[in-house]
Design a protein around this ligand. Sequence first.
Ligand code: GDD
Length: 356
Amino acid sequence: MGKVAFITGILGQDGAYLAEFLLGKGYEVHGLVRWDSGLCSYEYYSRLYSLDLIDRITLHEGDMIDANSLNHIIKNIQPDEIYNLAALSHVKVSFETPSSALQINTVGTLNVLESIRILGLEDKVKLYQASSSEMFGSAPMPQNENTAMQPCSPYGVAKLAAYHLACVYRRSYGIFISNGILFNHESPLRGGDFVTHKVTRGVAEISKGRCDPIRLGNLDSVRDWGAAQDYVRGMWMILQHSEADDFVLATGRSRSVRDFVSASFKVIGRQIEWKYEGINEKGIDSQTGEVLVVVDPEFFRPIELEYLLGDPTKAKDILSWSAQISFDQLVQDMVMADIELLSIEKNNAVGRSYAQ
Ligand code: GDD
């Protein structure tokens, strides 16, 4: 019999790819979904449909901040491995709804930890805690497992508190709990309000005739961007290690938002020239002079975390994990997937208008 895995946050990018990965390893996969008025809609499950997972997994309705619901679900499933991915994951949103960030990301994690204890599963369950490079905040780079953390956002603080809780429960109760400290990881399934997908969607639309420019916040921001498919494999490898431990997963290379934009336009054969400075900076097509990117202060954050660069040496040495998908491949995959999606959306719209 295969192992049983429970994934909180299964509807997100990482949850969907992880479910696919674990099914490929013979796992029985269960996932947590929160009640929402869109619960019956296709959109709510779109990532699971797009990877053809919906009939191969079991979904359970519950809530990270409702401890009773988690206890019931975990008691019924009796999982071997729990992957705690559920989060309010948008950093800028966490400035607008800081209490929710703390409730979902910290208290939610605490509820999972307590469930394991209340149900007496300390010796049975292994827990993967989705920690984040955002916890490093303004710490000097490159950042690794020994770097002192200085979070710069309510999201970072909430994730850091959850990270410490995970460590405390590991030490206090001997539960197999490992933190994966993941740097930014992207894919065609990335939410549209994260910068990478916002850019690749914009580039795809421009390739199909959109006239208005892409509006972005801080172009100087630098991130260590990898591909989500590599990182979910890393999550699994972290839990297969002989002992519970914490690991940074990163590519070890970082680029600015500006670099990501230029690389994305290159996929559709357009070269960007950057002109002017500060909020007047513009990304201009070097051949046609068309303004393709502008800065919009609406997308600035109260504090900006400028520079993240991960050092994945420990994961490489101990787990033999490394990122396989290159930056250029990632950008290419995301732009091409968005171009394809736009064609499908257009065809569906034509189909609908004929049907009416
Ligand atoms: N979202 C967004 N939208 N970000 C922008 C924009 C914009 O229009 N313009 C510039 N940026 C900058 C942000 O200010 C940030 O510095 C950078 O692009 C990346 O932003 P996001 O893609 O929103 O990701 P993030 O780094 O804040 O957080 C992601 O990575 C973390 C790992 O470090 C999220 O996935 C977190 O959940 C994750 O923990």
